[in-house]
Design a protein around this ligand. Structure first.
Ligand code: DX5
Ligand code: ZN
Length: 229
């Protein structure tokens, strides 16, 4: 994976047909997805439950782009090797998931993956300052994690602006997750984000048998984001 700050659209399969992940992934990639965002929830760190390493490993062979795995689980460390074995390119853990985030980020890189760090809306970006050099990606949540289809929390834009200043020239992606659509995408790209996760705004209106709405949705988000970047 080479680094750049071009706008990347990462559809979240949380909004796909759970009984047909393989074809859903092939459809959004054919329609222009840059990365595939995979939301792992444990029913403990967040009040919802999705899937774990065996399913993530099974979908890996359908992904031609980048598998971006977002862990909404606590604890994290004992599962890192399982996600490396599952083929994650980027493994993102939450700073709120435990007291030893520094160790977690080291372990993710040590297992051969890019290390991501996610922050809930209630967490200040200043908390990542001591961890920046261990991160390949920082994910600013623009909803409270756990569910797709929630409203974008606009007050997070100021945090994105601040994070962009803190990052400076470091090769660290800024990812935005939650409530991203063609209306909110320009706000975050103008603030300095380059990876836009979108679930409902990508998958709405389409299906594996009628995938062209996926492409129109991705294009609408990308065009709006690029114009404001
Ligand atoms: C939320 C997840 C998101 C979610 C985004 O907990 O981390 O990735 O799927 O969904 P939308 O785009 O519908 O807000
Ligand atoms: Zn996510």
């Amino acid at each position: 994976m080479s680094f750049d700050r071009n706008i990347k659209i990462a559809p979240s399969i949380l909004a796909a047909d759970f009984a047909d992940f393989g074809r859903e992934i092939q459809a959004v990639e054919a329609e222009g997805a840059d990365w595939i965002h995979v939301d792992v929830m444990d029913g403990h760190f967040v009040p919802n439950l999705t899937f774990g390493p065996p399913l993530v490993k099974a979908i890996r062979r359908h992904i031609k782009t980048v598998m971006d795995v977002h862990l909404m689980i606590s604890p994290v460390d004992q599962y890192i090797d399982a996600y490396a074995d599952a083929g994650a390119d980027i493994l993102t853990a939450h700073i709120e998931a435990g007291p030893h985030t520094h160790r977690t980020l080291q372990a993710i890189r040590g297992a051969g993956m890019k290390a991501g760090l996610a922050l809930n809306p209630g967490t200040s970006v200043e908390t990542v300052a001591p961890l920046l050099d261990l991160c390949d990606l920082i994910c600013i949540m623009t909803v409270n994690p756990g569910f797709g289809g929630q409203s974008f929390i606009e007050s997070q834009i100021a945090q994105v602006v601040r994070l962009r200043e803190m990052i400076g020239d470091r090769p660290i992606h800024i990812e935005i997750d939650g409530g991203v659509d063609a209306k909110t995408a320009p706000l975050v790209s103008a603030a300095g984000a380059d990876v836009l996760v979108a679930g409902s705004a990508v998958f709405r209106g389409g299906s594996v048998d009628n995938p062209s709405p996926y492409g129109e949705n991705i294009q609408a988000i990308r065009t709006a984001a690029v114009a404001a970047a």
